[in-house]
Structures are given as C-alpha cells and as structure tokens.
Write a protein that binds this ligand. Structure first.
Ligand code: GLC
Length: 738
C-alpha cells in the first residue's frame, strides 16, 4: 500500500500535480505576469539566472573561430537563449526582423518567407491598423517558424536621410514613427512572440556605428525627438524588450548607459521589459549590467562572453549585486510571460503558413505605402487600353528591390536577380520575384509592353519614343552597416533625363530606401515612390499605375531639393556626431530654416482630390482635440490624410515653427464628406523641463493648422490653454498595458 502511494506521489509530482504553489502560479495563465515572474524567480538559482541573461548566435559561423550554435538553436537564426525545463521556462528562439522572418547571411539554408515592404513604406500608409496587421502577419510567420522573439520594431528617427537603414524605420517625426512602429510591435506580439523596439538610442546612421560613432545631443532635444519616438512606440506596442544600440551616446556606449537604460526606461517610464544588446554591442560586464543591460545577445559577436563566467564572478564578488542579476532575469521572464511565450506552443509549423493570405497583407501594405509624388496632366493612372508601354531599368522585368542587412527576408521563389554585388555582407542584393512588368502585362493584356534594361540610354530612349508611355524604374540599394548617397545608384538620373527627353509621357517609379534627390522631376510626368515594396511589390506597383488602387501614401520623410538643405551637409562620418539640429529633425528643420524641399513631409497625391474645412480645436482632459471636415471633391474614391500641425504660443520657444500633432486617414467615396476627430497628446504641446525633470505646457494660445503636408497648410485656428506640467512618466489612458 505504502509503496504504491509513494509511487503515485512521485508520479504526481512528475506530472506537476504537487508542484509547489510558486510553480503553479508560474504556470497559471490567469495570474498576472508579475505574480508569475515573482513565483519563478523565487525558484531560480543563481545559475538559472545567469543562464537566461546570456544569448548565443543562432547560426553556425565558421568565420567566428569555427562557432557552432547550441543544439536547440534554429539554424540560420539570429539568436538563442537556452530554456530551463526544471522551471518550465521555454528557450528563446530569436529571429530578425521588422519586414518578416529573416535569415542570417552566413546560413547555408535560408528560410524563405513573406516580406512586408520596407518599414518606411508601412509608415507611409499613415494607417496604424495596417501597421498592426503587417506585424501580426510577420509575427505569425515567426511563431509558425519556431520563433518566440522577433527583433523587430526599428524606430530610429531619420535625422540623417542618408542612413543606410532608414528603410527599416519610421521616418523623421517622433509621433508618426512611434505610433506606426508601436502598432507593428503590437501586431507581432499578438502571436505569443516578444518584440524588441530598437536601436535604443540615436543609432541614426550606420557609418562607424559599432566603432567610434558618438551621438552628441542636448538632453532636452533628445527627450523631444528620438526618445519621444521610443516613448510613443512603447505606449502603442508594449514591447517586451528593447535593443540597446552599438553607438555611444554623449560619450557612453548605449549598452552601458545608465541614463538611457535605467533613468529613462525604468525610473522615468517605469517600463517593465528587458534590455538586450545588439549583436556585438556588449563591451563590459559590470558597467553594462549595473548600467541596465539585462541580456547579452549573439555570442560570439562580442569579444568576450561578458555575461558568462565574468558575470558569475562579478556577482560572486558583489561588484554586480545579486539583486541586479535577479532583476535582469525577472525582467526577461516577465516579458515572456506577459506576451504569451509560456502559454503558447513554439514549434516549427511552417508548413501551416498561409502564404496566399500573407501575400495579400504585404501587397495591400505596399499599395497603401507608395507615395504619388507628382502627376502632371493626370498622366496616371494609365488606361488599360494603352497601346504600348516602354518599361525601363530597375530589373523591372524580374522583380522589386529589397534592402540589405539583417532585416532581409529571403524570398520564396528565390532571388529574381542573382549575382549582383555585393553578394556577401551587407549583401546579397535581393530582388523579390514580383515583376512589375509581368503585372503590368496582366493589367494591359492588349498593350505592346517592351523592356530595356537601361544599360544603353539611347536604346531606352528609342524604345520610349516609340511607345505611348515610358515607365522608368529608379533604384537605390541601401542596407545595414553603411550609409548611402542621397541619389539613385549609378547613372540612373541621366537615364531618366534621356528617356524623358524622348518621351514626355514618362513615369518614374522609385525603389529607394529613403529620400533621394530628384533633379529630373520637372522633366517627367509622374513620380511614384514605391520604396522597397516587398513580396508582392510588382503587383502593387502595377495596381497603382493602372488605378486599380488609388495612391494614398504620404511621405514620412522630407525629400530635399539639394544637399545644402540638410542639417549635416557633409556625408555621415564616425567619431563625434553633433546633432546640433536637436529636435528640429526633418520638416522641422526645413520650417525653422525656411527651406522649400523638393517634396515635403506628409506629401502624397491621389487620383481624386480633397478639401479640408471647418477646422475646430478645443481643450481636452489630456491635451487638446481637433476636428476637421474632409470632402472628396473628385470623381473616384480615395483616402485622405488630414494632418494637424501645432505651433507654440508667442513667447514660447519650440525647436521649430510647427510639430505634427496628429492625423487621420479617411476613405471617402466621390462627393462624400466626413468630419474626423484628432486627439493631440499633451507632450506635443510641451517643452522638456530638465531641472524639473518633466514636461511643461506653457499658458497661451496654441496654433492648430490642418494641412495635406508640412508644405501645404490650410485652415488655422488657435486654442488657449492654461499652464500645466506633465510628469515624465505620464502615459495616455489609451496606452497599452506594458
Ligand atoms: C544586427 C542588427 C540588429 C539585428 C541583430 C541580429 O547587427 O543591428 O538590428 O537584430 O544584429 O541580427
């Protein structure tokens, strides 16, 4: 009898029936993340905690002293952190990144998955629901590919339009970037995947990013620009993690910077997530751990396993307090618990991915994110009855360009244009096999559609001349670890001029990573910025060119008229980078200087037209609320993006004449009128008060202007507000629970 009872109880314990209360709490989805994390931590030994703060590269890499990934890591992946079976803590399978499930370039076998268009394209939709939907899609592919951490949510401001990674991010305005990237993060995490807002902070260019680059900026300006973007992103997405960046900030490495990692994220914002390093961005044990880094990523990218044996020794000696190690581990497990990693199965079920449905998601995103910059004489949309079309350049007969680096999603169907250089990091140069020309042929089946690759401008011009219309594809390959010129690659500007001289009905379709100079704009008919349009980019471009879809994208970044309009006319460089423009990033700089760009922030044309009227603004509990009436004055349905810009009261100094305060995106039938309400966050009315460590809203009359862009402003009104202070950790009621 006794034996059988003993056997039964042993079995029961093994089955968890008699697990200690804390273990039950830890596994109880109905308990709060904090309660579950506390229960887990109570059972973790020092060794358990040390294990969870140390991450490995998830890919074999012979070039790193013959490195082989841990056995359970998913080959080709960015990272892996072992789990803890005794405590029921799952491993952390980490994948890149913001456009979909990426594969490390050194991996022998690539995961072929669906790619969203570039991050800057998603932000160009100005449609938070679309951003969230795209995040949900790539998070689904991550989860079904066996990942539960997605290193996505790049929100670095486009201070430097030549930033090679600008295509991954959200443009130049903190509100637009933070809201849109935050919504993408929320979408990703809806799959039981922890997302990572990055690269924290001021990794706003690639030159010397992991060597000497030291971002220097006034602290109040930092709070009102890059940090505000992260703050909005955290409030909209509740990311479980943040990735500290390679660069220095005011002389301290970001991953050992107490101001960034402890003061701002924890004390000011009360953010409960964990900070992981970028891959190779950990440079110390004690300074990093005590500064606020919780997890070292991607060993052997770092020169030493700083959070391996050295951390154990530091905790043993007390130079890193045991309590700090406990907090590091607790933040990690709490984020995993908060975002469903414990409660949802993580395994490779990639055979269940619905690629057809996902292609639709990325195509709709690309269509809504393309920006019609110019359309003289209504050249677009083309009629399906057009008789002949010259397609020129940009490998448009084969596919659409993708950006380089860790965010690259390798396409199903393979690289449409293999062999382009560089074919090693930060390459390869990849074209998604979604041919604009093939899609155009499908929409104009009776047209004579011919291709010239652009290598012979005279031949291209001859083809253009003999056609009804010419479509020239202009490309700029950008990518991680390098910055770019503000121009199309090679001699494409000259090619465009040559074609336009031969064919006045010339359309330019741009596939770029960000703004470029457009010296030929006055000599062409229409210009469509498609960015890197992702897996279904060819179809998206064709649908826009033929008007199956009405363009509704708006620029999240200013297109300069010349380089001397930039705050930094010299090319990006290493060493100290003085961001003397402060918070006057992008359009704010142009407004402050009185510069007229080629195409302003917020600009985007439609095949219909809109009128904004009856602007009103009134104080609200939080800040203020604006309302505007939008009318579709054209003959076809379309989506308008009324933008509300704020101005300081007289006598109050902001960084620039105007700040984006809010916007709406509204689809209207021809002749339809609708009034939209736009809430304005109070911090956008405030200045940072360093001594008071808070925001101050001055008493006075605030200007409220509605516009179709920062350069096309309409009705203006004003609202008188009383003085108020806003605590540094204030969050709107709408903020997502962290
Ligand atoms: C890279 C990138 C980062 C990426 C990580 C893992 O260097 O900076 O965005 O998530 O390493 O690949």
């Amino acid at each position: 009898m006794f034996k059988s009872l003993l056997a039964a109880s042993v079995a029961a314990v093994a089955l968890g029936a008699f697990t200690p209360l804390s273990a039950q709490t830890a596994q109880d989805p109905s308990a709060t993340p904090d309660a579950r994390a506390d229960a887990l931590i109570a059972r973790m030994t020092r060794a358990d905690k040390l294990q969870i703060v140390f991450g490995y590269l998830g890919t074999d890499d012979e070039s790193r002293n013959g490195y082989h990934r841990p056995p359970l890591a998913l080959d080709g992946s960015a990272g892996f952190v072992p789990g803890n079976p005794r405590l029921g803590i799952p491993p952390q399978w980490q994948t890149d990144a913001g456009l979909g499930v990426a594969t490390q370039g050194v991996a022998r076998v690539k995961r072929l998955r669906t790619s969203l268009p570039a991050g800057i394209a998603t932000v160009s939709t100005w449609d938070p629901a679309l951003a969230r939907k795209g995040g949900a899609m790539i998070g689904d592919e991550a989860k079904r590919s066996g990942f539960n951490v997605m290193l996505a949510g790049g929100v670095n401001l486009l201070r430097e339009p030549r930033n090679g990674r600008g295509f991954e991010y959200g443009g130049e305005d903190p509100l637009l970037a933070g809201v849109m990237v935050g919504e993408q993060i929320a979408g990703i995490q809806s799959n039981g995947v922890v997302a990572t807002i990055k690269h924290y902070a001021l990794n706003d260019q690639e030159t010397e990013r992991d060597k000497s680059s030291n971002a220097i900026i006034d602290h109040g300006a930092l709070r009102t620009s890059d940090l505000l973007a992260f703050q909005f992103g955290i409030e909209h997405g509740a990311p479980g993690s943040a990735m500290c960046s390679y660069n220095y900030v005011d002389g301290l490495r970001a991953c050992e910077n107490p101001m960034l990692l402890t003061q701002v994220l924890r004390h000011d914002w009360n953010w409960p997530g964990y900070v992981m390093s970028d891959w190779g961005a950990t440079h110390s044990t004690v300074a990093a751990a005590n500064g606020g880094l919780d997890q070292e990523s991607g060993f052997p990218f770092d020169v030493k396993p700083f959070f391996g044996a050295p951390l154990a020794a530091a905790v043993q000696s007390g130079t890193v307090p045991e309590a700090r190690l406990t907090e590091m581990a607790r933040r990690i497990v709490r984020s995993m618990l908060r975002h469903g990693v414990f409660d949802t199965e993580t395994s490779d079920r990639s055979d269940t991915i619905d690629y057809a449905a996902h292609a639709e998601v990325t195509r709709v995103d690309a269509e809504a994110g393309a920006v019609l910059l110019q359309n003289r004489n209504g050249l677009l949309p083309l009629a399906a009855s057009v008789k002949s079309i010259a397609i020129i350049g940009g490998h448009a007969d084969k596919g659409v360009l993708a950006g380089g680096g860790s965010s690259l999603v390798y396409p199903r169907g393979g690289n449409a244009v293999p062999g382009l250089k560089p074919d090693t990091w930060p390459g390869p140069v990849v074209y998604h096999p979604s041919s604009p020309m093939a899609a155009i042929r499908r929409l104009a089946p009776n047209a004579d559609v011919r291709f010239a690759d652009g290598s012979d401008p005279a031949a291209a011009a001859a083809l253009a001349r003999s056609s009804d219309v010419a479509i020239v594809f202009g490309t700029q390959w950008a990518g991680e670890s390098f910055d770019v010129a503000l121009t199309l690659d090679g001699k494409q500007d000259a090619l465009i001029d040559t074609v336009a001289a031969a064919q006045p009905k010339t359309v330019v379709v741009l596939e770029t990573g960000g703004p470029v100079l457009t010296p030929w704009a006055s000599r062409v008919g229409a210009v469509l910025e498609a960015w890197y349009p992702g897996t279904a980019g060819g179809e998206a471009i064709a649908n826009l060119v033929f008007g199956k879809v009405n363009p509704s994208g708006h620029l999240p970044a200013t297109f300069p008229a010349s380089l001397d309009q930039l705050p930094h006319t010299e090319a990006p460089h290493g060493g100290d980078v003085h961001y003397s423009e402060g918070a006057a990033v992008g359009y704010k700089w142009y407004d402050a200087k009185g510069f007229k760009p080629a195409f302003p922030f917020g600009h985007g044309l439609s095949y219909t037209s809109f009128r904004f009227s009856r602007l009103k603004a009134s104080p609200s509990a939080d800040g203020l609320t604006a309302s505007v009436t939008v009318t579709n004055t054209g003959r076809r349905a379309g989506a308008a993006v009324p933008q509300v810009y704020l101005s300081a009261p007289s006598g109050v100094q902001w960084e620039a004449p105007r700040r984006l305060g809010g916007w709406a995106k509204v689809m209207l039938a021809p002749g339809e009128t609708r009034t939209v309400t736009i809430p304005i966050d109070p911090r956008l009315l405030a200045t940072w008060d360093e001594p008071g460590h808070r925001w101050n809203v001055a008493a006075g009359a605030y200007g409220v202007t509605v516009g179709a862009s920062a350069g096309d402003l309409g009705e203006r009104t004003s609202v008188s507000l009383p003085a108020r202070t806003i605590a540094v950790g204030w969050r709107p009621a709408s903020a997502l629970r962290p």
